[in-house]
Design a protein around this ligand. Structure first.
Ligand code: SF4
Ligand code: SF4
Length: 289
C-alpha cells in the first residue's frame, strides 16, 4: 500500500502528471497539439446514497460503485464505504474551443479529433490510474471500460448506459447539468470526463451545490438560453435537450462530414458547448448582460 498521509493528493497528482507530461495527451494532428488542459479531480464515496438515486434518474440499470466492483472482482469482502469513485474533468484546449466557436453546423477538426483521439487519451488515463492503483495494492477498475458496460435505450431514459461519467463527476462535486445536458464545471462545459472505482479510502470532495442544475443560468435565474440557438438541428429548447434529434445529427451527419473533410473516422458536435457563457467557467448573470 502507498505510504502517504494524503492519498487524495497522490491520486490527483498522478492524474495531473499524465495529462501534463504524457506524450499520449495528443490530438494526433500534424502539430501534435495537446488534447486537454490541466484536469480537475474529485472524489465520491462508494457509500454515497446518490448512487442509489441514479437508479431512478439515469435508469435502474445504472451501477452503484459496489455493484460494478463486485461484478469485476467477485463477491469479495468489500463494503461500500471502503470504495472511492475517482472522477476527473479534462478541459478542452483554448485552440479547440476557439475553432469550434466559429462553427455553425459541423464540428471543427480539432473538436472532432478531441472527440475521438481525446477519448483515447481519456481511455489511456483510466487504464493508467487503474494500473498505478493496483501496483500500489488497491483493487481498481474503470466502469466505462468494463466488458459489462452497456448502452441502454428506452422510451423513458432515451439514451443512457450502465455507468455515466457525468453523474460520477456530479457526485464528486465537479459540476452540475446545463440545459443541454452537458456538465458545467469550474472549467466549463467544453470538456470530457472519466472515472475509476477503487478500494481506497479517500475523503469525498464536498459538493458545493444542492441542485443538479445549480450552475445553469436558465434554471436558476430564468436567463441565458444561449445554447439553444447554437444547435444546428433545433435539438435544444426551453424544454431541454432532445437526445434523438441530437443523436441523428451526430451520426450519420457529422460522421460523414468528418470523414469527407478531415479524413478520419469520427464524429462530434459540441456547438452547444462552445460560444456560450458556460463554455469555460461557471457562468454568472454578468456574462449574459
Ligand atoms: S448556455 Fe446558458 S442556458 Fe445553456 S447550459 Fe449554459 S448557462 Fe445554461
Ligand atoms: S451536441 Fe450539437 S446537435 Fe447535440 S444538442 Fe448540442 S448543438 Fe445540438
Amino acid at each position: 500500500m502507498k505510504k502517504t498521509a494524503n492519498l487524495a493528493s497522490w491520486v490527483e497528482q498522478v492524474i495531473k502528471d499524465f495529462i501534463e507530461k504524457s506524450p499520449e495527451n495528443t490530438l494526433q494532428n500534424k502539430a501534435n497539439d495537446r488534447a486537454f488542459e490541466a484536469p480537475l479531480v474529485g472524489f465520491s464515496s462508494g457509500a454515497d446514497p446518490i448512487y442509489e438515486t441514479y437508479k431512478e434518474v439515469v435508469g435502474p440499470f445504472h451501477w452503484t460503485p459496489l455493484q460494478i466492483f463486485r461484478q469485476t472482482f467477485g463477491e469479495m469482502n468489500a463494503a461500500p464505504e471502503e470504495l472511492t469513485v475517482i472522477s476527473w474533468i479534462l478541459p478542452q484546449t483554448g485552440a479547440t474551443k476557439a475553432d469550434n466557436r466559429k462553427q455553425t453546423t459541423y464540428p471543427a477538426e480539432r473538436w472532432a479529433r478531441a472527440r475521438i483521439f481525446g477519448e483515447e487519451v481519456n481511455e489511456k488515463l483510466r487504464k493508467h490510474i487503474v494500473a498505478i492503483l493496483q501496483k500500489n495494492g488497491y483493487l481498481a477498475l474503470a466502469p466505462a471500460l468494463s466488458e459489462q458496460w452497456a448502452r441502454k435505450e428506452s422510451e423513458k431514459y432515451v439514451f443512457a448506459s450502465t455507468w455515466s461519467e457525468r453523474h460520477a463527476a456530479y457526485a464528486a462535486g465537479l459540476g452540475t447539468f446545463g440545459l443541454c445536458d452537458g456538465l458545467i464545471t469550474p472549467k466549463g462545459k467544453a470538456m470530457r470526463t472519466g472515472s475509476v472505482v477503487a478500494r481506497i479510502k479517500i475523503t469525498p470532495t464536498p459538493r458545493p451545490y444542492a441542485d443538479h442544475h445549480a450552475y445553469c443560468l436558465f434554471y436558476t435565474q430564468g436567463i441565458c438560453g444561449k445554447c439553444i440557438p447554437r444547435c444546428p438541428v433545433e435539438a435544444l429548447s426551453e424544454a431541454g435537450h432532445d437526445k434523438i434529434k441530437c443523436r441523428s445529427h451526430i451520426r450519420p451527419v457529422t460522421a460523414d462530414y468528418v470523414k469527407a473533410h478531415y479524413g478520419f473516422d469520427g464524429y462530434g458536435c459540441g456547438l452547444c458547448q462552445t460560444k456560450v457563457p458556460c463554455e469555460s467557467k461557471i457562468p454568472t448573470r454578468q456574462d449574459v448582460e
